[in-house]
Design a protein around this ligand. Structure first.
Ligand code: HEM
Length: 294
């Protein structure tokens, strides 16, 4: 993924932004595969309660998600994944992930790919709720606060979601077809490249050590590439989240990308800007982008 792909032109708009997804592009493996999978293993060992969750009703859907990945990965990336006795071997990691009952299927699935994985299932009222997840790389949210909740409640902290997105997203979930997967992306500017970031919304105090001179290496464009696909057997929806991040310097190497990001930052509604902790970084960020854009 290139940074320009996540920086839309024009003023900021809170939008669904869904695009058709070719299944070949479902999972996005790159040179960081082994490093990212090692980081997942560290988090799973040190703080399992924060990065893994599964409600009992998700058992079948977890299995289906793992089966789909186990079928897809060695076919799509034959150099990276091979069937081995006891499971699926991740070549760059030198480790075989068990596909039997040794791990919860959502845990095994999460250990195979750089993506985080969330399973959404309809409750009795038809609302899609988060029933299982392997979520090692959150962008400022806590899995434990969202498990079991429907989409509207999951998004309660997002300013404008209720008014602009809640209805279309719910309708989209009800109508999603198994053979019509989609993708979308989100962007933010962070002052920390860590993959695991469970908190950090609403920061107001400017960081006095951040300047327009060092913003290029101290700030990071963080993008989430997300995919949504209906699992045909159980009807659950599998939501994948893949983090990409670039130093600001690398992200806006092109003058036009700097101008586009500056336009987005300047046109963020104030509540959304605060949600994204813009006040903490805004002045040096805008000065850096304006210089780069000129
Ligand atoms: C079409 C589907 C979806 C749309 C359009 C959507 C839209 C959004 C938007 C606009 C944000 C704010 C992000 C930002 O700019 O910083 C957000 C945040 C978030 N989304 Fe979604 N989303 C979708 C699906 C999902 C699903 C399936 C989950 C399931 C886990 C999810 C979980 C979250 C969480 C946890 C946050 C952060 C909330 C917080 O700050 O506590 N989203 N989403």
């Amino acid at each position: 993924m290139r940074p320009s792909a996540v920086i839309p032109d024009g003023p900021f708009r809170l939008a669904m932004g869904l695009q058709a997804l070719k299944l070949d592009a479902w999972i996005d493996a790159d040179a960081d595969l082994a490093a990212d999978l090692r980081e997942k293993r560290r988090l799973l060992a040190e703080r399992p309660g924060e990065v893994l969750a599964a409600l009992p009703e998700s058992a079948e859907a977890q299995r289906e998600a793992l089966d789909l990945l186990a079928e897809h990965l060695p076919r799509r990336f034959p150099d990276l994944y091979r069937f081995a006795s006891g499971g699926l071997h991740v070549v760059p990691l030198g480790e075989t992930v068990p596909l039997d009952a040794a791990l919860a299927p959502i845990d095994a699935a999460g250990r195979l790919v750089q993506e985080d994985l969330c399973l959404m299932q309809a409750d009795a009222a038809g609302d899609y709720c988060l029933t299982a997840a392997s979520l090692c790389f959150p962008s400022r949210w806590r899995l434990a606060e969202k498990v079991g909740k429907p989409l509207a409640a999951i998004h309660a902290p997002v300013p404008g979601y209720d008014a602009a997105l809640a209805k279309p997203v719910d309708r989209f979930f009800a109508l999603l077809k198994a053979d019509k997967p989609v993708e979308r992306s989100n962007w933010s500017v962070y002052d920390d490249p860590a993959l695991f970031q469970p908190c950090g919304h609403g920061r107001k105090a400017p960081d006095p050590t951040l300047t327009s001179e060092n913003a290029g290496v101290r700030l990071w464009l963080r993008a989430e590439r997300q995919t949504l696909r209906r699992l045909p057997r159980t009807g659950a929806v599998l939501f994948t989240i893949r983090i990409h991040r670039w130093t600001l310097d690398a992200a806006v190497a092109d003058r036009r990308d700097a101008a586009a990001l500056l336009d987005l930052v300047r046109t963020l509604p104030p509540e959304l800007a605060l949600y994204k902790s813009m006040p903490a970084i805004r002045a040096p960020l805008e000065a850096f982008l304006a210089r780069r854009a000129s």
